[in-house]
Ligand binder design. Structure first.
Ligand code: MG
Length: 160
């Protein structure tokens, strides 16, 4: 078995939709980024890439490449999952935490889990997403952006 860790942050900006875990969240601000800036999906991509020792999301989908401009990050996640399968691994579970002072995300967590599990073709019981605030401290606490952390555990096919 192998574990991987992912971290990402995107700043809030006006005039863009807020997409988290593949779910559109109603809010006055969105996240800035080359893709749809889905910070949670990016952290999960990095956790999976880390687990299979394939670098990071920037290596596979450079933000200088116009083909990724505005792309839905769930498409990137699907590609990462395909790469993982091709390398002979399958996912055991993912645990992730979103740090956002606002908006309140609790009502959207189960939809995010469903979306992520769907993209990864795995049962929802293997995907966990949590949301917390930064208690007003630091840049997430000041509502300047959103942070996401994720860990993934994968297993090599045919092990044990
Ligand atoms: Mg990112």
């Amino acid at each position: 078995m192998r574990m991987g860790f992912g971290y990402d942050v995107h700043p809030f900006v006006a005039g863009r939709p807020l997409i988290l875990g593949g779910v559109k969240i109603p809010y006055s601000l969105g996240l800035q980024g080359h893709s749809d800036a889905d910070v949670l999906i990016h952290a999960i991509c990095d956790a999976l890439l880390g687990a299979i020792a394939e670098g990071d999301i920037g290596k596979h989908f450079p933000d200088t490449d116009p083909q990724y401009k505005g792309i839905r990050s769930t498409i990137l996640l699907a590609r990462v999952a395909t790469g993982m399968k091709e390398k002979g691994f399958h996912l055991l579970n993912i645990d992730a935490t979103i740090v956002a002072e606002r908006p309140k995300l609790s009502h959207f967590i189960s939809r995010m889990v469903k979306e992520i599990a769907g993209v990864l073709e795995i049962e929802t019981g293997r995907i966990n997403v949590k949301a917390t605030t930064s208690e007003g401290l630091g840049f997430p606490g000041r509502g300047e952006g959103i942070v996401a952390y994720a860990v993934a555990l994968v297993e090599e096919n045919g092990a044990h």
